[in-house]
Write a protein of this length. Structure first.
Length: 273
């Protein structure tokens, strides 16, 4: 099978694929130069809901990469979009465990956000939160236990950073699930909702779209569930041992961004012959 054949659109994960924390991975600038030169459409799609699209733009700019705000999709943005399709924003109250990346998209959609220990939230949204406190967890658990819908932006249990692998939002979801006995509805990968939203933004067909990620249980499983091809890169969470024991597999596996760049160039050259 030709590597990355018939690929017109990419859905690219960020943490573990483009960088570790604030440290860009080797080949980052050449990768973006190549996909722009080859005129391949892309969405940078992350399960991490802690930062806003604008914050990601600034982070990329600090690494020498310029993209448009319409090329960013976070699980916080996907969650706000999903909820706006299923609830009436101006009459729905939401308590958020999370940072600006979770709260800003909800405010932009017109939802009312409640504060600590305010009762009667209709929904509790939980995203990665580096400002997590006991009071936030207590408020969330009280509201979930009294009937609020429990929504998780994503269920990643870990997060690769420049200091090493640390806990992700999935660990917070587990704490709330343990306290309330109620499981969350998850919007981010591996749920197809996330990739379907990305393809809608791209205007791409499944057969022309490839998801690039570093994590089997989210990036790759999400692609499998959505019916699109996937490429796993070995610079993040999952490794070859994980692949050997997985019941589902990526379409391709490559070691790093430099290898992806070369594969894209080769695929375009083959297409033009």
């Amino acid at each position: 099978m030709q590597m990355l054949d018939n690929t017109n659109a990419l859905i690219i994960d960020m943490d573990g694929v483009l960088w570790h924390g604030s440290k860009p991975l080797p080949g980052l600038q050449e990768f973006f130069k190549t996909i722009n030169t080859l005129d391949i459409s892309f969405i940078l799609a992350t399960n991490n809901a802690s930062q806003t699209a604008g914050q990601y733009l600034a982070k990329l700019a600090n690494m020498g990469i310029t993209v448009g705000i319409d090329q960013i999709l976070t699980s916080g943005m996907a969650t706000a979009h999903y909820l706006s399709e299923h609830y009436t924003p101006d009459s729905t109250r939401i308590f958020v465990v999370g940072e600006d990346g979770a709260t800003e998209p909800l405010r932009q959609k017109g939802f009312t956000l409640t504060g600590l220990y305010e009762p009667n939230a209709d929904i509790v949204v939980c995203g990665k939160d580096s400002t997590l406190t006991w009071d936030k967890l207590a408020t969330a658990s009280i509201n979930i236990s009294t009937g609020a819908q429990f929504i998780g932006t994503n269920a990643d249990t870990t997060l690769p950073t420049e200091r090493g692998v640390t806990l992700g939002n999935g660990a917070i979801l587990k704490a709330l699930e343990t306290a309330t006995g109620i499981s969350p509805t998850v919007i981010g990968k591996p749920e197809p909702i996330f990739y379907q939203q990305a393809m809608a933004l791209l205007g791409s067909k499944p057969e022309h779209t490839v998801a690039i990620g570093d994590r089997l249980e989210t990036d790759i499983l999400g692609a499998v569930r959505t019916g699109i091809r996937s490429l796993m890169v070995l610079t993040g969470i999952s490794n070859t041992n994980d692949l050997a024991n997985s019941p589902y597999q990526p379409t391709w596996v490559l070691p790093d961004l430099n290898a992806i760049t070369q594969a894209l160039i080769a695929a375009k050259s083959q297409q033009q012959q």
